[in-house]
Design a protein around this ligand. Structure first.
Ligand code: G3P
Ligand code: CA
Length: 268
């Protein structure tokens, strides 16, 4: 029944490979995502930026500087220019103990390339980053997801979750396709609180909330859960913190170490 909207089983704790298994490989590269899959991540997390010529690429920052050998804003660069960049060597330099020769010279993948690589057998937890900078990014995202049949009438269920810090961006997606499960990310600068009204408002279009595990507490998680929303804290990287948020009742989490989370979940 259409008005019921999408849902995910809250009893299945989701292991989200944050930027891939980015604790071990350069974030948002094919090897990082592949490692996330190998380490039993349930979802590949993909942050999106959009090039000057309108291609969605996998990158966290608006600028290419931190994760490539280039400089400047993605919005000012064509895809051809982005493809010239080395998206792996920075990792080897920053983390010599984790460096691998195969990371040198890796390209920034487009969203389409990620989907072509991992196909419909994988799950994607996709974030619209800086949507105010990229008008039309939601339309382009849905065009691609439809093209690869990850959403739409014959799509397997829950292959795609869309997340954003921007409610406006999620509402655009929701207006185009109310069947896609959405997660509202919230950035808190101090210990998090949330009202019933805010939760009702979010529950009207989203199935869950994502927030930093360093800002939330058990009461916050329980309140979110009482509103039948999923709770996915980010970015939970140590065994201790994983146990902490699981004890609070979260329904999944983003981690740079999906192998560690897999082990923690197996032991519980
Ligand atoms: O998307 C969840 C988490 O990744 C949000 O923070 O900055 O890593 O995208 P960020
Ligand atoms: Ca993200």
């Amino acid at each position: 029944f259409a008005s019921e909207g999408p849902s995910l089983n809250p009893n299945r704790i989701l292991n989200v490979a944050h930027r891939g298994a980015s604790g071990y490989a350069p974030e948002h590269t094919i090897p990082s995502y592949a490692l996330g899959e190998k380490m039993k991540g349930d979802y590949i997390e993909v942050d999106l930026q959009m090039t000057k010529d309108g291609t969605l690429i996998a990158m966290h920052d608006e600028r290419v500087d931190r994760t490539t050998d280039g400089t400047g804003y993605v919005k000012d660069m064509t895809l051809a220019e982005i493809k010239q960049l080395d998206a792996g060597s920075w990792f080897n330099e920053k983390y010599p103990e984790k460096a691998k020769a195969e990371y040198e010279g890796l390209q920034v993948p487009t969203l389409e390339e990620v989907i072509q690589e991992f196909g419909r057998g994988s799950r994607y937890y996709i974030e619209t980053k800086s949507p105010e900078v990229y008008p039309g990014m939601e339309e382009e995202l849905l065009r691609i997801l439809n093209k690869y049949k990850l959403i739409g009438p014959n799509a397997p269920s829950s292959k795609v979750l869309i997340q954003s810090f921007s409610p406006e961006s999620l509402l655009i997606v929701h207006s185009m396709n109310p069947n896609i499960p959405l997660v509202q990310l919230i950035s808190y600068s101090k210990p998090a609180t949330i009202t019933d009204e805010e939760l009702d408002e979010i529950a009207a279009y989203a199935i869950g909330i994502g927030a930093s595990h360093t800002k939330i507490d058990e009461a916050y998680v329980q309140k979110v859960r009482q509103h039948d929303l999923l709770m996915h804290p980010y970015t939970v990287n140590t065994r201790e913190d994983m146990e902490k948020v699981l004890d609070w009742g979260v329904t999944g989490m983003f981690t740079n170490y999906p192998d560690v989370l897999e082990e923690v979940l197996r032991e519980r």
